[in-house]
Design a protein around this ligand. Structure first.
Ligand SMILES: [Fe+2]
Length: 82
């Protein structure tokens, strides 16, 4: 589907970066943190991905307001993130 609105490619990149940051990078850090500061760092990474999730919803709302479908396929998001 060809985007109608010129904002869609930028919104797609923002969404992709937020999803990868929340779903993979901060969760990976949360799952794999080790060491004497495990507890505060584990809690910090959890707080971080919980704080990112509302931003994902806000970006998806922008797609809706433009009348465009938000990309929901992982492959499409991975190819758009950096
Ligand atoms: Fe945990």
């Amino acid at each position: 589907m060809t985007p109608i609105n010129s904002s869609v490619p930028l919104l797609t990149k923002i969404l992709a970066n937020l999803v990868v940051l929340s779903a993979m990078k901060t969760r990976n850090a949360h799952w794999n943190v080790v060491g004497h500061d495990f507890r505060p760092m584990h809690a910090f990474f959890e707080e971080l991905y919980n704080d990112i999730d509302p931003a994902i919803d806000a970006v998806v709302s922008a797609f809706v307001q433009l009348g465009e479908p938000a990309p929901g396929q992982l492959a499409a998001l991975l190819s758009s993130q950096r």
